[in-house]
Ligand binder design. Structure first.
Ligand SMILES: *Cc1c(COP(=O)(O)O)cnc(C)c1O
Length: 374
């Protein structure tokens, strides 16, 4: 690759951008098959829905392939009105994104200027530090407690320069979750100049796991009470639409208004708009996804115990497993067995495994058994 070292423009690239390391996604199946010459690879690395996509969403997409010459409805009337009714908010409080990661980026760009601070937790979603760095913010990472968010530490890290706090509930990659009283107590104490973004990418799984022991809160219910609260959801996980890219935020209308000014026009494509709408109506698929996940979690945990391994208690659709040895080496060994899981740079003895179908869970357990033996 030719270097551009003689080009002065490189000298002027903002430091945050110059030193940025891009997000590393889960290895695609095709890449593993190409590189390792294996066939029938199994990917349990990106928390995708093992049941596929909502059949109702698929049907709508198939029927809508004519009309792609037209731009999508930029106001997204149909999807926004459905979401507004569902969450008991107005359409003006909803911001759609090209995946919820697009919305996270919009919030940072709207509120964080170079030199401001952004607070997030150790072992939280790896996109948060990337977003902070890209907008020139000072990334303030607070230590985790029990692998999850330490809200007291996060509160203590807030200064007059703080503009944004990111909280993933449940958290990725650890699967940990915050209880209702904990999270609301935090919202009550955060100074009003700070935006709190609660990222609920795994909401549908966590709410299904809801029991006395889980006590998982629906932060969406608090948006009317805290003007500085932004809650994001996605269609990528429980609704099985990761490939179409659609997610959203619910916030105060003033926040949504700002996000609407900086987003690109037509940032959600027409098929994604239609598919998301249909998926919201497909309760049958959602329930099946939730039940399959709950059952798969029991199966995986049991199997892991049989292998002498333990996982961090999870409210999501993945398990963060303590493999008690170099996780990177184990990850590579699993790749050679045709199984893709996810290592995490800041957790050297853990692997994140997406919960799959019963046969897929069996296969990852068998592959683990095989590589742990040798
Ligand atoms: C998967 C995930 C997202 C959602 O990404 P999309 O852009 O909506 O596909 C957001 N936050 C967390 C914590 C995630 O794990």
């Amino acid at each position: 690759m030719p270097t551009a070292s003689t080009n002065r423009f490189l000298d002027f690239v903002p430091a945050g951008v110059r030193t940025l390391k891009p997000y590393v996604p889960g290895k695609p199946v095709e890449e593993l098959e190409r590189e390792y010459g294996v066939r029938d690879a199994l990917k349990l690395a990106s928390n995708e829905n093992p049941l596929g996509t909502s059949p109702r969403a698929l049907e709508v997409v198939r029927r809508s392939l004519s009309g792609l010459e037209r731009y999508p409805d930029d106001g997204a009337f149909a999807l926004k009105s459905k979401l507004a009714a569902r969450h008991g908010v107005t359409m003006a409080q909803i911001t759609l994104g090209n995946g919820s990661s697009n919305v996270l980026d919009l919030v940072a760009r709207a509120f964080v200027a170079p030199g401001n601070e952004m607070v997030f937790s150790q072992h939280a979603f790896l996109l948060y530090p990337i977003i902070a760095q890209a907008c020139g913010a000072r990334a303030v990472m607070t230590p985790a407690t029990g692998w999850g968010h330490d809200l007291d530490a996060m509160l203590a890290a807030i200064t007059p320069a703080t503009r944004l706090v990111f909280i993933a509930n449940p958290n990725n990659p650890t699967g940990t979750w915050l209880r209702g009283a904990q999270l609301e107590g935090f919202l009550q104490r955060v100074p009003p100049h700070v935006i709190v973004l609660v990222d609920e990418a795994y909401f549908e799984y966590a709410i299904f796991a809801q029991t006395g022991a889980v006590d998982y809160p629906d932060a969406m219910a608090w948006v009317g009470r805290y003007d500085n609260l932004v809650v994001t959801r996605t269609f990528s996980k429980a609704y099985g639409l990761a490939g179409l890219r659609v997610g959203y935020a619910v916030s105060h209308a003033d926040v949504a208004d700002l996000l609407g000014r900086i987003r690109q026009p037509f940032n959600v494509n027409s098929l994604a708009l239609l598919a998301a709408q249909a998926a919201l109506d497909d309760q049958e698929f959602l329930t099946r996804s939730q039940a399959t996940n709950a059952q798969g979690m029991r199966q995986l945990n049991e199997g892991l115990r049989g292998l002498g391994l333990s996982s961090i208690p999870s409210a999501a659709n993945f398990l963060c497993v303590d493999v008690a040895r170099d996780a990177r080496a184990l990850y590579d060994a699993l790749l050679r067995q045709g199984v893709i899981v996810r290592p995490s740079a800041d957790m050297p003895t853990h692997l994140r495994i997406t919960i799959g179908l019963p046969t897929e869970n069996e296969r990852v357990l068998a592959a683990l058994h095989q590589v742990l033996k040798s």
